[in-house]
Ligand binder design. Structure first.
Ligand SMILES: [Fe+2]
Ligand SMILES: [Fe+2]
Length: 514
């Protein structure tokens, strides 16, 4: 990693003034001079030294009312991690909110440096990047947020603050709205997706892997964090890692830059109101460079999937929730022109778990297109409510891919809807039913945007390209799923090569290199 000479000089001038935080004085912090620009050839992604950027809200382990807050600062100096927040009473003038008059509570957290340089996964080596600066990832947790209110907050080190921004906490869990897309990037189409999803004002946004397309070049993560901040500063982000996240130190960058709620090393669960959500890696961090680790990761995740779904199925049978949702990057089934799922063996084992507990919805990315299935089991439509609906929403902004047949898929009986458009999906989880709506852009230059996602019209508005409704599964199905106790670890992964130290890549195409 290289540091510009000006950064060193400015760092000395700044000293360590940012490290001491006196909570009682935080609200008195006013108009300090702005910190210097980071400078250098990548100055546009690094902003000002020690100045918060790239804010992301997330679901906290403490429960649905908790929020994690992460943000980034540039520079190597010690830097405190402070969030000020407060409830915004109805009718409060916007000026009062912006001025930070309502920030009566304080939370502190920790920080660590993000990985730097340009990592090459094939050789497991990293090179310095000209113009790169050290990046600190700050992480704090807000607990005890009141339900059904607007909350104002700002983040900083006690002296230099972000703008004051607001978000809403949920009143009740009976109308949760989730947005979903994957394969995002930093193109004009990516930014258009960010703006459109922010306009929908969902309760959370799932980005189903292939987030930044850094491909080892770490400054790209800072560029992407700035790109998505208008959305994630207000709406909790639920990330899933994709195969491109493996290119950044085999997932170490992903684990450092994101805060996710409780679960295992690679997976987590959270609540979407009347639905439970499990988010996993589906093997995307597998690497031949460390097959022992890969085995542990996949085995840990599959056991976590089975146990989490068994618990969720019991909650569904008890009437606490209505839907079981699983999210990951890789589709289990796809009609992309050339690619298949990551590993047929892993798909087989995963699907046994999904069917065992009668998962309702599988949300994925990876193939840069929209494709929605009928309720299906093992690649066949069930003709009834048995099985799950898979939604591929991989057209978040980083290019579009082709279907095997451009006139429409006629190979898979399971396929209910498809579209080769940049798109995202919205799910409204209500008591006993969920309503899904897919939005897509009718870009005129479809051939061009395949090559260059910056060629799209940023002002074009999306239109509805698909919608469907699911209802709570029958009492008999719900009861049968809840009656199945989690199997032993050996039983779950017995047929998986990775459990025996063998890493299997996709047998149809090498989809890890696209
Ligand atoms: Fe992708
Ligand atoms: Fe992918």
């Amino acid at each position: 990693m290289t540091t510009s000479p000006s950064l060193t000089r400015r760092s000395l001038l700044l000293g360590t003034a940012a490290t001491a935080v006196a909570p009682g004085l935080l609200r008195a912090a006013t108009a300090l001079p702005r910190r210097p620009e980071a400078g250098g050839p990548l100055a546009h992604v690094y902003g000002r030294l020690g100045t918060p950027r790239g804010r992301m809200l997330g679901h906290a382990a403490a429960g649905p009312t908790g929020r994690t807050v992460t943000w980034l600062t540039t520079g190597s100096e010690p830097s405190a991690t402070v969030v000020q927040w407060g409830v915004v009473p109805p009718g409060t003038p916007a000026g009062h909110v912006r001025q930070g008059r309502l920030l009566s509570s304080t939370a502190t957290g920790t920080s660590e440096f993000a990985p730097g340089g340009h990592f090459h996964e094939d050789t497991a080596t990293a090179q310095p990047v000209e113009g790169e600066h050290p990046v600190r990832v700050h992480r704090a947790e807000l607990i005890g947020l009141p339900a059904g209110t607007e909350v104002a907050y700002r983040v900083g080190d006690g002296q230099t603050w972000s703008p004051v921004t607001t978000f809403r906490t949920r009143e009740a869990d009976d109308a949760f709205r989730l947005a979903h897309f994957g394969d995002h990037g930093v193109t004009v189409a990516s930014r258009r997706t960010t703006a459109a999803v922010a306009a929908v004002q969902p309760d959370a946004v799932l980005v189903a892997g292939d987030l930044s397309y850094a491909n080892g070049f770490q400054p790209r993560w800072d560029e992407w964090a700035g790109q998505i901040e208008p959305l994630t500063a207000r709406v909790p982000l639920l990330p899933a890692p994709g195969n491109h996240e493996a290119k950044d130190y085999y997932g170490h960058t992903y684990r450092t830059r994101f805060a996710t709620p409780g679960g295992g090393r690679n997976w987590y669960t959270t609540s979407l109101g009347r639905a439970s959500l499990f988010v996993g890696t589906a093997g995307c961090f597998l690497t031949e460079h460390d097959p022992g680790s890969a085995r542990d990761l996949v085995v840990d995740e599959l056991i976590g999937l089975e146990q989490s779904l068994a618990l969720a199925a019991a909650r569904r049978a008890a009437g606490e929730i209505d839907f079981l949702v699983v999210a990951q990057h890789f589709p289990l089934y796809t009609n992309h022109a050339t690619r298949g799922p990551f590993s047929p063996e892993l798909v087989a084992v995963q699907e046994q778990v999904l069917q065992r507990y009668q998962v309702d919805l599988l949300l994925v990315g990876h193939d840069h297109m929209y494709q929605r299935s009928l309720p299906m089991a093992y690649g066949q439509p069930t003709g009834n409510a048995l099985g799950y609906v898979q939604v591929v929403a991989g057209a978040g902004g980083n290019g579009l891919y082709d279907f095997a047949d451009p006139d429409g898929p006629d190979w898979g009986q399971w396929c209910a809807a498809w579209s080769r458009r940049f798109s995202f999906v919205e799910y409204a989880f209500e008591p006993g039913r969920l309503v899904a709506t897919a939005h897509g852009w009718a870009d005129a230059q479809a051939e061009l945007v395949e090559e260059d996602s910056n060629a799209v019209d940023p002002a074009l508005l999306p239109e509805v390209i698909d919608s469907f409704t699911l209802t709570r599964k029958s009492t008999a199905l719900v009861a049968a799923a809840a009656a199945r106790a989690p199997r032993s670890a050996q039983e779950i992964v017995a047929g998986l090569p990775e459990a025996h130290g063998v890493v299997v890549r996709n047998l149809a195409e090498d989809c890890t290199r696209h």
